[in-house]
Design a protein around this ligand. Structure first.
Ligand code: ADP
Ligand code: MG
Length: 335
């Protein structure tokens, strides 16, 4: 006897892996750009500008770890690329292209369409191409590798800070951390400011233009992903110097300005997810820094100075040292 059996599968898709790649992650590369061959072969081919060094960086985002389960796919697509572009910005590198390694629990076409649209909109804004990747089944994980280029010996490295340099930061700090606290139910934000703060968390702006403008001006730079104090500490260690930081000179985010002083300081100094640039530059370049920032419409604030003595001293505007400790995010020391 032949029995018929109807199997209903949710999330089942007729799309094969290759159709999925073709539909959501393949676009012909621009003819006049650096990409000679994009998605579809065993490797992509990219021609970096003559005389430049390649700048390469990878960032991985895992569901439940770096973003909430059920996160908006358009914003997620934007953020995955933005955090990678932020690393290029911190080196003063010009973006050329990127690859995408994607583990998906299932094929959800609405999710893929929105994710790809968010990611590719930011790629378009920076005139770069998705040049390849890998696609597999597994817990939602997104790993992007970005490629950029920078003239030989012109990269803004972490080991270049010098005693006497001014210390600067771009944009504003702490609103992303405040938005996270709001979503976790531990903070309240004025309703008129909440949306903008959430955008700082979900749709960060990589400071690519500022990084490029600071070539030949800044001595060292880093992007702030894990909190200003912790990230600055990497620069100080690699450069063999210390710093004085004026907590009252920090450009505190608009929503964070409404919070009590202790929260303002804690989130501006240790918040994380800001994706601003922290950089050092000689005092003689103060005007050049201001001009560079104006040219790319990115505000900058002078927040302290580099010292020959090691250690990071945080003071208030009157010079009174504050006992604030770096508490930046570390995946293996936080539960
Ligand atoms: P291979 O068998 O050589 O690993 P794949 O079959 O994994 O190649 O991928 C086929 C092509 O599609 C390659 O050019 C690869 O770079 C590209 N690709 C795979 N996954 C993605 C993705 N998520 N985004 C962009 N390109 C992808
Ligand atoms: Mg492969």
């Amino acid at each position: 006897m032949v029995s018929t059996c109807v199997v209903i599968r949710y999330n089942h898709s007729m799309l094969s892996e290759f159709e999925l790649i073709a539909r959501y992650f393949t676009r012909p590369p621009a003819k006049d750009g650096p990409v000679r061959l994009g998605v579809g072969d065993d490797c992509a081919l990219v021609a970096p500008p003559a005389g430049e060094e390649l700048a390469i960086s990878t960032d991985m985002l895992v569901e439940g770890r770096h973003f909430f389960a059920g996160a908006d796919p358009y914003q997620l697509g934007h953020k995955c690329l933005a955090v990678n572009l932020s690393d290029l910005a911190a080196m003063g590198a010009r973006p050329l292209g990127f690859t995408l390694a994607l583990a998906l629990p299932s094929v959800d076409e609405a999710w893929l369409a929105a994710f790809s649209a968010g990611m590719l909109a930011l790629a378009d804004a920076h005139h770069i191409e998705l040049i390849g990747g890998d696609t597999t089944k597994g817990p939602l994980t997104i790993s992007i590798t970005v490629f950029g280029s920078v003239p030989a010996a012109k990269a803004l490295r972490r080991d270049g800070a010098q005693a006497g340099d001014d210390l600067w930061v771009s944009g504003s700090l702490g609103d992303a951390r405040l938005a996270l606290a709001m979503l976790q139910g531990t903070a309240k934000i004025d309703s008129t400011l909440a949306e903008a703060a959430e955008l700082r968390l979900h749709r960060p702006t990589p400071r690519v233009a500022l990084g490029l403008a600071l070539r030949g001006i800044a001595h060292a730079a880093i992007d702030i992903s894990d909190g200003l104090m912790g990230d600055l500490a990497h620069v100080l260690k690699r450069s063999g110097v210390g710093a004085n930081l004026n907590a009252d000179a920090l450009p505190v985010g608009t929503a964070l300005q409404q919070q009590v002083l202790v929260t303002r300081r804690a989130y501006a100094l240790n918040g994380g997810d800001d994706y601003e640039l922290c950089f050092s530059a000689p005092v003689s370049q103060r005007e050049a820094v201001r001009t560079a920032a104006l040219d790319c419409a990115t505000p900058v604030a002078r927040i302290g100075s580099i010292t020959a003595e090691s250690g990071l001293v945080v003071s208030d505007a009157s010079g009174q040292p504050l006992s604030i400790f770096a508490d930046s995010f570390d995946h293996f020391s936080h539960s």
